[in-house]
Design a protein around this ligand. Structure first.
Ligand code: BT5
Length: 260
């Protein structure tokens, strides 16, 4: 298990990761982070586990990870900005992971809207953002991040779509160092989101995104269609042009994308 002390000794942040709850096995770090009360989860708290028995993706999908080899964690946030900016949290999450992976593993990852980090065409990281609302709007956000770090073998169903940092760079990556770097990037991006207009941040994300001008298949709950990815809007929605020439916005919660 990665110890709290090891993480703290590599950490260079003001708030993010300063409170850490580490576990050997949990059902899901997102579920646990949601259950912990506010006193034990100040802004930037990290809940991390070596293993999840019910790791979750979006839309009731599963996140599968071998015990002790990867990073499985959730960051608790109390956003003090509007809904539009809150919707950009998956983008800053993927940007932070991509930048940290570039630094620590010397790889060139790309961001796939809305919440994945890829190396080549394979997924190395997924993100699950969950919000808890109260009478005044969104009160708490849980940003769950799963990264394939040192896992070298994947189950049949993931063989062609998943990879790990170790498989890509050919060496073992120190999980605590990587986590500390991600938290530092994430804290900086969060500050940027909080205090500045979103345009620069979106531009930085777009520089790492491969999808613009590409043909995609949009999978909505009951049907799918092909379209071209055009841009990302200030509220984090993907702007697409359907094959009939209609421009429309799609939102992360509702769709999956396949790239051609
Ligand atoms: C995601 O969903 O990619 C979000 C994954 C978030 C996982 C973290 S781990 C810590 C925290 N606690 C949780 O319970 N969850 C978060 P989505 O975009 O829906 O992608 C899910 C799909 O990715 C699955 O249906 C698989 O096809 C694929 N997948 C599952 N495990 C994978 C892995 N280890 N690597 C790459 N792809 C995987």
């Amino acid at each position: 298990m990665i110890s709290k002390e090891t993480i703290l000794s590599s950490l260079n942040t003001k708030l993010f990761g300063r409170t850490i709850h580490t576990f050997e096995t949990v059902d899901s770090t997102n579920t646990l982070a949601r259950q912990l009360d506010r006193n034990s989860t100040p802004h930037g708290t990290v809940v991390i586990a070596d293993e999840q028995t019910a790791g979750r993706g979006r839309l009731q999908r599963e996140w599968i990870s071998v015990k002790g080899l990867n990073l499985l964690f959730s960051v608790v946030l109390y956003p003090d900005f509007n809904m539009e900016k809150t919707a950009l949290l998956p983008l800053i999450g993927s940007l932070a992971v991509a930048d940290a992976v570039e630094k620590i593993a010397a790889l060139s990852p790309t961001c796939k809207w809305p919440n994945d980090v890829l190396i080549g065409h394979k997924k190395v990281c997924g993100m699950l953002l969950e919000s808890i609302s109260g009478s005044g709007g969104i009160e708490k956000v849980i940003l769950g991040i799963g990264i394939n770090v040192n896992q070298t073998d994947f189950p049949e169903g993931l063989l062609h779509k998943a990879t790990s940092l170790r498989n890509e760079c050919g060496r073992k990556i120190d999980r605590a160092t990587l986590l500390a770097s991600i938290l530092e990037e994430l804290e900086n991006r969060y500050e940027q989101l909080s205090h500045f207009p979103s345009a620069q941040l979106l531009n930085d994300w777009k520089m790492k995104a491969l999808l613009f001008g590409k043909k995609i298949t949009v999978l909505e709950s009951e049907f799918s269609y092909t379209a071209t990815a055009v841009d990302v809007a200030e509220d984090g929605a993907l702007i697409i042009r359907t094959d009939d020439g209609e421009k429309k916005k799609i939102f992360a919660g509702d769709v999956s994308l396949a790239y051609h």
